[in-house]
Write a protein that binds this ligand. Structure first.
Ligand code: CA
Length: 444
């Protein structure tokens, strides 16, 4: 393991004057400081916020109050934007400078903290009085397929004798997704309509999808981009990664099965994708870096452009991921959500850096604010499968719920919530916040 790049912002003993940030189970302690875009309920202008406990630091107000007087003027301008794109475009060093100022400003026992506390009515918003938005203007969204467990499980349902295609262990497989239908957590998602077939050769009928599913994924926002034609070497790939969020790649399996050959998923995925609204920076995630997945004997080594010692030593992220379901019946009975699965992002066959490097390797220019998603995160056990297609094994083993209900795919009124967090001895636990969406009935 290479040396961790730690500073005062990772100090587990630092406390905030925002009391809710000091609890052991908050997703947003002083060590996290994720960026998002929020809007006060009473006004239209979206602004950049930093989550702290159950509050949000208003970066526009903090900049106007002079707290970012020592950072580069370009950074101050970026902090007053209504999207994160300008801050992402400046790159990771400037995001780190903002993080350090925010840490002092929100700390108990610093001069900046005392002054900020006296201005807290202007600087802080309660997270119950704001709305969160998609954190960047996402120009392009690409979705990978980097869990070998997911690829093997799904492949074995459709091709029992050769579940993994020959390219899988040589390159991170992906497809170009749809950016326009990405929504922030909390936005309801309408069941799509489309073509599906009762037998493999058709003919199709048109109607509401009967096999709507979620996919548990991790997303990465691009920081600095690359010029068209330029590659991004693996050794600098993480300089182009701003931070991570959770992604639910909603999928209509019946539409997907009929349309996906020969060019891949299309309408079965593009009706909606939900993201968690807070972008957890790579700096916040530094204590939780892990080695890349260790390939079993017999697997090919990655080609040289997808392989280096640093990526092998610390290309992974130790993120625990969960999926929770609250059905309409649970809501009606006042029952809480029920956990469907728990997995680990460390089980991914390819690292995010490898995905980014591969994405740019043929000359594709990535732009600040682009979103890259990992693909469904599934571990080796049943309890760590990241979608219902796998959990209920294509309908063969329904998931039984405490209400007596069962699921093979999602019903109208089901609310899916993804959660993720990092824990390590000697550090503060940090989390991602919820990535939620409720399924609405299809339009008639
Ligand atoms: Ca996906």
């Amino acid at each position: 393991m290479t040396q961790l790049q730690l500073d005062d912002t990772h100090d587990p003993s630092a406390t905030s004057w925002v009391e809710s940030a000091n609890g052991a189970d908050t997703d947003f302690p002083l060590a996290n400081l994720p960026f998002g875009i929020f809007r006060h309920d009473v006004e239209e202008r979206p602004r950049i916020g930093i989550a702290i406990g159950d509050h949000v630091l208003d970066c526009l107000a903090a900049t106007r109050a002079g707290f970012f007087g020592d950072v580069d003027p370009a950074v101050r301008d970026a902090l007053q934007s209504w999207t994160l794109n300008p801050l992402m475009a400046l790159g990771r060093a400037d995001a780190r400078a903002v993080r350090r100022v925010a840490h002092r400003l929100l700390s108990a026992g610093t001069a900046e903290g005392s002054r900020a506390r006296s201005l807290s009515a202007d600087l802080l918003a309660s997270n119950t009085a704001i709305g969160m938005r998609v954190p960047a203007e996402i120009g392009d969204y690409s979705d990978f397929y980097a869990s070998v467990n997911h690829a093997t499980n799904v492949g074995s349902m459709f091709r029992p004798h050769h579940p993994l295609l020959p390219n899988y262990k040589w390159m991170p497989i992906g497809y170009h997704g749809r950016a326009s239908s990405i929504v922030a957590s909390g936005t309801p998602v309408r069941r799509p309509r489309g073509q599906s077939v009762a037998s493999p050769d058709g003919p199709p009928s048109v109607g509401p999808s009967a096999r709507m599913d979620y996919e548990l994924e991790v997303g990465a926002f691009v920081a600095r981009g690359n010029r068209r034609g330029d590659v991004i070497p693996l050794s600098v790939a993480e300089d182009h990664l701003f931070g991570l969020c959770l992604v639910n790649d909603w999928s209509a399996r019946d539409l997907q099965q009929w349309e996906y050959q020969p060019l891949g998923p299309f309408l079965s995925k593009s009706f909606a994708t939900t993201v968690s609204p807070w972008v957890v920076t790579l700096d916040a995630l530094e204590p939780f870096r892990t080695p890349a997945f260790v390939r079993p004997p017999g697997d090919p080594a990655p080609l040289p452009y997808l392989d280096d010692a640093t990526d092998r030593a610390r290309g992974g992220f130790g993120i625990t991921l969960e999926v929770w379901l609250r059905t309409a019946a649970m809501r009606a009975a006042g029952q809480p959500a029920e956990r469907l699965s728990r997995g680990d992002f460390g089980s991914m066959y390819w690292t995010l850096a490898q995905m980014l490097t591969h994405h740019a390797s043929a000359g594709c220019n990535l732009q600040s604010g682009d979103l890259i998603a990992s693909g469904t995160v599934s571990g080796p056990d049943r309890g760590s499968r990241g979608c219902l297609l796998e959990l209920a094994w294509r309908g063969q083993s329904p998931v039984t719920l405490s209400t007596g209900e069962s699921r093979v795919f999602l019903h109208d009124g089901d609310e899916i919530t993804l959660r993720g967090w990092c824990e390590r001895e000697g550090f503060r636990r940090i989390g991602f916040g919820d990535c939620s969406g409720e399924v609405l009935p299809a339009l008639a």
